[in-house]
Design a protein around this ligand. Structure first.
Ligand SMILES: Nc1ncnc2c1ncn2[C@@H]1O[C@H](COP(=O)(O)OP(=O)(O)OP(=O)(O)O)[C@@H](O)[C@H]1O
Length: 210
């Protein structure tokens, strides 16, 4: 199990008209291939900022982020980002929502459909493939959103409180499902959570407010 992601002394400050907010200061840790890291910490300690940095949406002010020993942008690795909301489009069927990312990246082929069908069956969505997202339960929507992300074959999967929009009972059921899927697909994953009991991480990172 090699070192896949390395965060070295990373810092980030937001600049706005109201002034500067230092979100992260001197953060270092690493994630091995196949590891499942959960990030916990109080509101405002910089958890979402850290995921945005790893996703390459923003760049660190200090320090460096390395994937397989290379700079994030030149590593050629795929980062999948699953947000709090599922962002399924109501005007597309469930299956057409799953293919959206592949379509945008011009990677949708006949063999993609073999893989999509397999995942729809495995994860209990096959009979809903032609249904609109509004006819899916909250848990089914989260599974659909995860499959959509996995189809892009991410090397690292980032999850920003993926269950926060679900009620307590559904959250317990869905979180078991989702971790099962991540384990089955052998994904390296980083999760932000307020509730450590909803995940069974192999590693924990506690962030404190700056
Ligand atoms: N776009 C922004 N402009 C200015 N400040 C920001 C911006 N985004 C976040 N911040 C500030 O940076 C700090 C870290 O925010 P961040 O959203 O990363 O924390 P968090 O730990 O994810 O919080 P939460 O658990 O409440 O989602 C906070 O003080 C926040 O107010």
């Amino acid at each position: 199990m090699g070192e896949l992601l390395k965060i070295n002394n990373v810092g980030y400050t937001y600049h706005s008209l109201d002034g500067e907010t230092t979100a992260l200061k001197d953060i270092s840790f690493h994630v091995n291939d196949g590891e499942f890291l959960a990030i916990v910490g109080p509101s405002g300690c910089g958890k979402s900022t850290l995921l945005s940095l790893i996703a390459g949406l923003i760049s660190p002010d200090t320090g460096e982020i390395l994937i397989d020993g290379k700079n994030l942008k030149s590593s050629g690795k795929n980062i999948g980002y699953m947000l709090q909301k599922d962002h399924l489009l109501e005007w597309r069927s469930t299956q057409k929502n799953l293919t959206l990312g592949l379509e945008i990246q011009h990677k949708l082929t006949d063999s993609s459909y073999v893989c999509i069908n397999e995942m729809l069956s495995t994860y209990g969505l096959i009979t809903f493939r032609n249904s609109k997202p509004s006819s899916l339960s909250g848990g089914m929507r989260q599974r659909a959103a995860l499959i959509r992300t996995l189809l892009l074959e991410p090397d690292i999967l980032l999850l920003d409180e993926p269950f926060s929009a679900l009620d307590y009972q559904t959250r317990i059921e869905v979180s078991d499902d989702i971790w099962g899927i991540i384990r089955k697909e052998h994904k390296t994953a980083i999760l932000i959570t307020h509730d450590i009991s909803e995940a069974m991480p192999t590693k924990l990172l506690f962030l404190f407010s700056t």
